[in-house]
Design a protein around this ligand. Structure first.
Ligand code: AMP
Length: 299
């Protein structure tokens, strides 16, 4: 165990983690892949506010990257991350090596049906199996009372809520609203691949989502026509290669028409300048995500 500037304890093994975890009050946990930004900081601050101990993990999980994904070039800067963690109030950072998480002989996968299948599940085969497997491992290692995930990754949040409910994992999953730049661009570690001008162009994603919200507010309830309102905005920039733009109910299974539900969502994934970006918004901006979700969450 080492102590980084700001008093954060850095632990690299399950044994060291168990030692710092023991005997303390409620633990809030924020799993991340590092290269932290204000979105991550919002999760960490929330974890610190609601718990005695805030634990952050920084682990670029090879299992959730496909063969053509950006694992090798995924941005990393541990020193900077530790400063962000300290400033946001984290007391412990768990940053294991891949060999600690996946030692030789590792053979288990957590794979979900249903909520993990459409959208990113279809676009990135195996991705959510990698996410669910590492998140369950991290939850077992940290044993938090609460775990904090961003609404930015809406489908991931739904997958984790489903897994936690299905497998009786004793943790409360907390969703945290997406933090955006003033331009509307959702903050993401992957934005660092883009220059300033490219980031300005990438606001087309959130503008497309808002166009769908506007169509819904104007009374449109046909899913395809709602989606077309967003696709029309994406089409204004020839750089955009959409993976999907979808209006979905809480279980993420697209329906021909929209039935009112506060967890209805519009999600987009698109490639721009060689970078895959995702974003989502509530279909009706007047719908806050309910603080208390039904058992098993939105999925
Ligand atoms: P990542 O490091 O990208 O795996 O993200 C770690 C956690 O931070 C996930 O729960 C994300 O949903 C969350 N997160 C990422 N970007 C944002 C953002 N802009 N606002 C809120 N949460 C975010």
């Amino acid at each position: 165990m080492t102590e980084a500037p700001g008093g954060v304890q850095v632990v690299r093994t399950p044994e060291a983690l168990r030692a710092v975890r023991q005997g303390l009050g409620p633990v809030g946990f924020v799993p991340t892949m590092g290269y932290l930004h204000e979105g991550h900081a919002a999760l960490i601050r929330r974890a610190r506010q609601e718990n005695a101990l805030a634990v952050v993990s920084i682990f670029v999980n090879p299992m959730q990257f496909g063969p053509t994904d950006d694992l090798a070039r995924y941005p990393r800067d541990l020193d900077r991350d530790l400063r962000v963690c300290a400033e946001a109030g984290a007391q412990v950072v768990f940053t294991p090596d891949a060999g600690v998480m996946y030692p030789p002989g590792f053979s288990t996968q957590v794979s979900l049906t249903g909520v993990s299948e459409p959208l990113d599940g279809a676009a990135r085969p195996g991705h959510f199996t990698g996410v669910a497997t590492v998140v369950l491992k991290l939850l077992n290692l940290v044993q938090p009372d609460r775990a904090y995930f961003g609404e930015k990754d809406w489908q991931q949040l739904a997958v984790i809520r489903r897994m936690v409910a299905d497998l009786n994992v004793p943790v409360q999953v907390v969703g945290v609203p997406t933090v955006r730049a003033d331009s509307g661009l959702a903050l993401s570690s992957r934005n660092s691949y883009l220059g300033t001008e490219q980031q300005a162009r990438a606001t087309v994603l959130s503008r497309a989502l808002r166009a769908v919200q506007a169509a819904y507010a104007a009374g449109e309830r046909d899913t395809a026509r709602l989606e077309q309102a967003g696709l029309d905005v994406l089409a204004t920039d020839p750089e955009v290669q959409p993976d999907y733009l979808a209006v979905v109910p809480p279980d993420l299974q697209r329906q021909p028409t929209v039935t009112p539900d506060p967890l209805n969502r519009v999600l987009v994934a698109a490639r721009m300048f060689g970078v895959r970006l995702i974003d989502n918004l509530p279909l009706d901006p007047a719908d806050p995500v309910p603080a208390a979700l039904p058992p098993g969450g939105p999925a």
